[in-house]
Design a protein around this ligand. Structure first.
Ligand SMILES: Nc1ncnc2c1ncn2[C@@H]1O[C@H](COP(=O)(O)OP(=O)(O)O)[C@@H](O)[C@H]1O
Ligand SMILES: [Mg+2]
Length: 309
């Protein structure tokens, strides 16, 4: 029953002993949570890369979804953000257990990524739902973060992971990403900061089962990092995938510029800012995925970024 998706297994194995220990402990953790919250376990859900996610049934017979994250994942900030959002733009939280890194959530439907919508249509839904998600109040963990934390962190990733992954892309690509990240680390005075999701790709935006307040687009986000940042960061992340399309495009720059223009027009965020965040994210995600057991996907992302520099 406690079956981890193949992708999440790969991520756990890439963490070595601590990942293996967590996988071994997982059935016991799930059993304890089911006892604590009076849940009947159901089928696991695939689609994530890091956590155990499964359908469960609560004591009153209604459906819910249980997520158990590995202990080295950040738990408090995402959980606080989801609680603070109170269902607006985000999944509703039903319960949380910090010591087991577990969340009990309202059950949602398929991810936006699985709808088969064209990219432009997906970007429209991502932008509209982000506009709502950004209205979440900033939570305690946020107020201490420096405005440029994210960009500084991404510069650190570029410096550490490029050599650690065996320099899998050109030095020119790293230099370009570093230059953009340095610009994002020193945003223009007055740049707005909001409670960003941090990882709003179309696999983390799920359909609600029935219309409800706070889900006006028909979708809500799961799986936030939760950070205080320029909203352009979330838009950059939202458009940093679709590497297969970028790799196949006759004019990759024109294609991807179209995406940043679309997101900027939908949100009022500066287009160049979105483009730069997206470029940095494409490179750092590629390196990050390679260093966490997802070599092929990481390499494709990096190859797509090479076409955009
Ligand atoms: N509340 C939910 N209802 C239905 N499916 C969910 C829910 N939360 C997560 N999922 C499914 O599980 C997948 C992984 O969950 P996610 O929170 O994104 O974990 P990960 O950190 O592994 O990406 C999601 O992409 C989605 O398909
Ligand atoms: Mg996810």
């Amino acid at each position: 029953m406690t079956e981890l998706s193949a992708e999440a297994q790969r991520s756990a194995e890439s963490r070595g002993e601590s990942g293996r220990q967590w996988m071994a402990a997982l059935p016991g953790i799930v059993a304890e949570l089911c006892a604590r919250w009076s849940l009947r376990p159901g089928a696991p859900i695939s689609g994530g890369k890091w956590a155990y996610v499964a359908h469960v049934t609560t004591a009153d017979g209604s459906g819910a979804v249980l997520k158990v994250s590995p202990p080295d994942a950040e738990f408090h900030t995402p959980a606080r953000l989801m609680a603070a959002a109170d269902g607006r733009g985000y999944v509703r939280l039903l319960a949380q257990d910090a010591s087991r890194c577990a969340l009990l959530m309202e059950p949602l439907g398929a991810p936006l990524a699985a709808t088969g919508l064209p990219v432009d249509g997906m970007l429209d839904v991502l932008a509209a739902t982000l506009r709502q998600a950004w209205r979440a109040p900033c939570v305690p963990g946020h107020t201490v973060a420096a405005a440029n934390d994210k960009a500084v962190g991404l510069i650190g990733l570029l410096d550490d992971l490029w050599p650690a992954t065996g320099k899998p892309c050109s030095p020119q690509l790293i230099a370009k990403a570093r230059g953009f990240a340095e610009r994002r680390a020193a945003p223009a005075a007055g740049t707005e900061q909001v409670a960003c999701h941090g990882d709003p790709h179309p696999g983390n935006l799920l359909a609600v089962g029935a219309p409800r307040p706070g889900a006006e687009t028909g979708y809500v986000f799961v799986d936030p990092d939760g950070l205080l940042c320029d909203p352009g960061y979330d838009l950059g992340v939202a458009m940093s995938g679709w590497q297969e399309l970028v790799l196949r495009a006759d004019q990759p720059v024109a294609l991807v510029r179209g995406w940043s223009r679309r997101l900027a027009a939908a949100t009022g965020v500066d287009e160049e800012t979105v483009w730069e965040w997206a470029f940095v994210e494409r490179v750092t995600s590629g390196l990050f995925l390679m260093s966490h057991g997802h070599q092929d996907e990481g390499r494709e992302l990096l190859a797509s970024a090479e076409l955009l520099r």
